[in-house]
Design a protein around this ligand. Sequence first.
Ligand code: SF4
Length: 189
Amino acid sequence: MGVSRRQFLKGGGLAAGALALNGKPALAGGADSPELRTKGLQTSTTICPYCAVGCGMIVHTRDGKIVNIEGDADHPINQGALCSKGSALFQVANNERRLTKVRYRAAGSDRWQEKPWDWALDRIAHLMKESRDRHFVATETRDGREYVVNRNEGMAFLGGAALDNEECYLWSKFSRAMGVAYLEHQARI
Ligand code: SF4
């Protein structure tokens, strides 16, 4: 007895559809179910570093490497949604063009040199100290009276949306300790 196309689809075809292409039974949650995609991965939460909206994100890692980033449905600000920029954050961590070593180009030079992190941190500290010493204003005279101002006019500090409360606190403290009066936030510039 021949089998019509309709009978084939109804009987064998639909049953075969329950099998994955590799011959294994189809999984209940579907091949792209979030639960399956992230099963066995380490989960941490973070805040998108791009803008002042501060959307919450979930980051999944395997052996220390980021394999997935998605919106955090439990976060009160974005409730799981991300804009296109936030959705592409994965590419910041996993990108062959990402610089992972310090590169330095001396003033007037046309080439970059690779430098150790300790060298870079020492140099930043040295230049900050030098700038502060050069531009520090201890007192200011106004209307014939001298005021103590202890102001560093040689540098500015810039905060960003990715900083959490504690980091903002430390950043402000550090800037004030340096005598910085120009303390701003990325969302205002
Ligand atoms: S996901 Fe988009 S809207 Fe949300 S903080 Fe990042 S850049 Fe801003």
